[in-house]
Design a protein around this ligand. Structure first.
Ligand SMILES: *Cc1c(COP(=O)(O)O)cnc(C)c1O
Length: 391
């Protein structure tokens, strides 16, 4: 079955209406890290996710770096992170001179909170309000949780653990803008707004995009003020250029925000399309022996950012890698799960706690096309291909 039209994995869904905004940035000269679109975009995001204030930055990575900095992560500290993630969630720990300890995933692909608790109980001492890693003797100060592919992590359990062990929680919600909990203690709360600090990303493959960019949210206004302060070079006195601390050039530009104010208004529509397409895949894949579409948590409204298909080689006839190759050769862009981070070169020496499930998903998962401008016809083409390769 020859498919001539390229079907991308995940591409931006941009409106030419944005040109009006961009025109304004050019006409007014507000193209850098000041201007009305920045404020407007920050206010819109804050309102959308239900917090008082949001602070924009250049990227999700920059946001995570600032989060670690304002939460007081220092050289020699440790931070618990998932091994199933884009590496960007982990690198900023190293930027701070701190080290990561890697956790396994559960069947939602998110951090296994039972294992996390087990690790803290058995492998750490809790002395004077501090978690000490028995193996390394270092202080563990924080947990970075990633809501993988927009599927909300078990935040209720994590927040209990946080209270018990006096840890900071950073929510990497870069993939989960628009996802929120429907049940439990945090019903109605958006991913990113529950821990100490949350970070969103507007990179081109995310659910909305500003070309590149990020947003930091928190219920702690002091922390956010610090994020804003450090993100523009820590100007203690901007007129006389006095700096009492080392800051960063991490602020979002008005041009990026000019995209953002338009994109955020379309987010709910994008999520609708993503859920519609997900359900089309689901119906079809249920009838293809050897393939399984990973569910999003039913007790949440997930944004359905990325769709994951698990390939059972025995039943499907070909293995994951052959399926990947066949689809990509036929112009249908698919990808495997990220390489696990605890096995990547910069982190090979780091501690990893009982990694098991992550290996299975690393080996058997593919992400199939999921853009918010993917038509039903294109989904049908992908499905036809998935059917046709079964042996
Ligand atoms: C996209 C992403 C980020 C941030 O990416 P930026 O490109 O820096 O905005 C961080 N963590 C995860 C898991 C991501 O997918």
């Amino acid at each position: 079955m020859n498919n001539n039209k390229m079907i991308p994995l995940s591409v931006p869904n941009l409106s030419l209406d944005i040109l009006e905004n961009v025109k304004e940035t050019i006409e007014t000269g507000w193209v850098s890290t000041g201007g009305r679109f920045i404020t407007e975009f920050e206010e819109k995001i804050a309102k959308y996710v239900g917090v008082e204030k949001a602070v924009s930055c250049q990227s999700g990575t920059a946001g995570l770096h600032l989060a670690l900095r304002v939460l007081g992560i220092e050289s020699g500290d440790e931070v618990i992170v998932p091994t199933v993630t884009f590496i960007v969630a982990v690198n900023p720990v190293r930027y701070m001179g701190a080290e990561s300890v890697f956790m396994d995933c559960d069947d939602t692909l998110n951090m296994d909170m039972d294992k996390l608790e087990e690790f803290l109980e058995n492998e750490c001492d809790f002395i004077n309000g501090k978690v000490i890693n028995k193996k390394t003797n270092r202080v563990i100060k924080a947990v970075i949780v990633v809501h993988v592919f927009g599927n909300p992590a078990n935040i209720e359990k994590l927040m209990e653990i946080k209270e018990k062990y006096n840890l900071k929680v950073i929510e990497d919600a870069t993939e989960a803008l628009g996802s929120y909990y429907l049940e439990g203690k945090y019903a109605g709360k958006h991913c990113g707004t529950i821990g100490d600090i949350g970070v969103y990303s507007f990179n081109a493959n995310k659910i909305i995009t500003t070309g590149g960019g990020g947003m930091v949210v928190s219920n702690n206004k002091e922390l956010l003020d610090r994020v804003a302060f450090l993100g523009v070079q820590a100007k203690t006195n901007p007129l006389y250029f006095i700096h009492d601390e080392v800051g960063y050039n991490y602020r979002m530009s008005n041009i990026q925000a000019a995209f953002g104010v338009d994109q955020i208004d379309r987010l709910e529509g994008f999520i609708e399309t993503k859920i519609r397409n997900y359900n089309l895949y689901k119906e079809a894949i249920e009838n293809i022996e050897g393939l399984r579409l990973l569910p999003f948590r039913a007790d949440t409204r997930a944004n359905h950012w990325f769709y994951s298909v698990i390939v059972d080689k025995e039943k499907y006839g070909i293995d994951r890698d052959e399926l990947l190759r066949k689809l990509n050769d036929n112009n249908i862009k698919t990808r495997p799960l990220w390489g696990l981070i605890h096995r990547q070169k910069p982190y090979i020496e780091n501690q990893a706690y009982k990694i098991e499930k992550a290996y299975y998903y690393e080996e058997n998962l593919i992400n199939v096309p999921c853009s918010s401008n993917l038509s039903e016809e294109d989904v049908e083409i992908v499905i036809e291909n998935l059917r046709s390769y079964k042996e």
